[in-house]
Design a protein around this ligand. Structure first.
Ligand code: AMP
Length: 217
């Protein structure tokens, strides 16, 4: 049976940093839905154009679109040994779609979900201060997790970028979407006995240690 690790939590909770690390640790693909959608936007595909309209408003991209993008990604060779889902599913409807896609693909999988528990009050500030490398995707925070050289990626030396939806106004709308649509999935995963709650209000290293405990069980 192949393991599928599903990461959930409010915007800015730190799951992107941890899932990237976990992907290296387990040698499994890190499937970041937001990044897949941003790649569609950069390529100016019809899906990208439609996704951008929703992303700019802090809303979820239509379920058929995101389901299609995810299914295409899960069919790739590197996802046949298990995978890490970052940002999908994000609603009960998407949860059902994930289960359906997994059945259609026919890989024997066991889903394990992680909930990054953290108070929302400091997260808008975290999002506004977030920067990332356009080449390797490494995430920084200009206050708490600075690059060695201001504005440059430690690994690639590339100029760091800020996501257009990491502004205060859109960030607030993303929290509303999270509370209304994503949080209800937690009860569903809990009822299936597959949810692990992580205290995400700690240092990157301390969060990683908690995640690791559930991986190597
Ligand atoms: P993220 O990079 O995870 O913060 O996602 C950025 C934006 O992409 C979200 O605010 C949504 O507009 C969109 N998005 C990401 N994942 C999903 C998803 N599973 N379903 C619908 N929209 C999504």
């Amino acid at each position: 049976m192949k393991k599928v690790y599903i990461f959930m939590g409010p915007p800015g909770c730190g799951k992107g940093t941890q899932t990237a690390h976990l992907a290296d640790f387990l040698n499994l693909p890190h499937i970041d839905t937001g990044a897949l959608l941003r790649a569609e936007i950069a390529a100016e595909t019809p899906d990208g154009i439609e996704a951008k309209r929703k992303i700019d408003k802090g809303q979820l991209v239509p379920v058929e679109l995101v389901g299609r993008v995810i299914k295409n990604r899960l069919l790739k060779e590197d996802a046949q040994n298990g995978y890490i889902l970052d940002g999908f599913p994000r609603s009960m409807e998407q949860t059902k779609i994930l289960e359906r896609i997994q059945e259609e693909i026919g890989l024997d999988v066991q889903n394990v979900a992680f909930y990054f528990d953290i108070e929302n009050h400091a997260l808008v500030e975290r999002l506004v201060n977030r920067r990332s490398c356009p080449v390797c995707g490494k995430i920084y925070n200009i206050i708490s997790n600075k690059p060695k050289v201001e504005g440059k990626c430690d690994i690639e030396g590339a100029d760091l970028i800020q996501r257009t939806d990491d502004n205060e106004e859109t960030a607030k709308l993303r929290f509303i979407t999270y509370e209304e649509q994503t949080k209800p999935i937690l009860d569903y995963f809990r009822s299936k006995g597959i949810l692990h709650t992580i205290n995400a209000d700690q240092s990157i290293e301390a969060v990683w240690n908690e995640v690791k405990e559930f991986i190597i069980d």
